[in-house]
Unconditional design. Sequence first.
Length: 289
Amino acid sequence: MTHSHVITRKSASNLALAFLLLPRAKRDAMSALYAFCREVDDVTDNESAPVQKRREQLAAWRADIRRACAGQTPQFTVNRELQPVIREYRLLFPLFDELLRGCEMDFDTKRYENFEQLEIYCYRVASVVGLLSIEIFGYQNPACRDYAVYLGKALQLTNILRDVKTDAARGRIYLPLDELKKSGVTPGEILRHEYSDRFAQLAAGVAGRAKDFYRRARQSLPAEDRHAMVAAELMGAVYWRLLQKLEQQQFNVFGPEPARLNKAQKTLLVLRASFRLAFGAATPNYGIP
């Protein structure tokens, strides 16, 4: 088992779950890409290390992935395993660089004034991963790139809603400040993990934004590429269900555990995605009013 497979298996993430629907070669390629994303994310969130140290570590990752993309010999094991994938699927350094820029935003930006600023972050840390992934999945219609951008933003906004408490513990508030002001919620309330009807209203507004991106992704996925995007579609279905679960609990995300889908719920979604793949279902299983 490669180092990348070990990282992917240990993560037990929703993204890793989606790999089950891929052919073996693409599954291995996605494991290598995911391992890179996991490693740089762990560097970013390792608060036991000073920020300057983490900046230097991300700079080392940037230089190393640049070497991998240029056909030179990378130093890091994950990048050595990723290099054949980069070569085969023609993954471009500017996308990896953009992803790292998103990670670096977490060092400098603890608050976002508005959705426009937040969407830059969502694009870098989520849509870019989608743009890299669809190269591995394979697609025919260039409109698939719009699909990856929209779905990435939808997934990231869902993540942000789920992780409000965890992020607040790190001093981060991703919910836009102008939306807080509209709802009468102060940053201090979020940092103190205080739930209120006003917070529920704030979160519902962010959820509405996420739903719009799910809808756009659903509408922009070219029919000829639906089969190839099965793993992405499973991700869409999982996170759509998670968003519904957050709605059902009126966005009270300050409990002891973040909202998650249980194993049975995830298994059902995998089976549904497999069924839709086998029988060529025409529409995605998310973003439906």
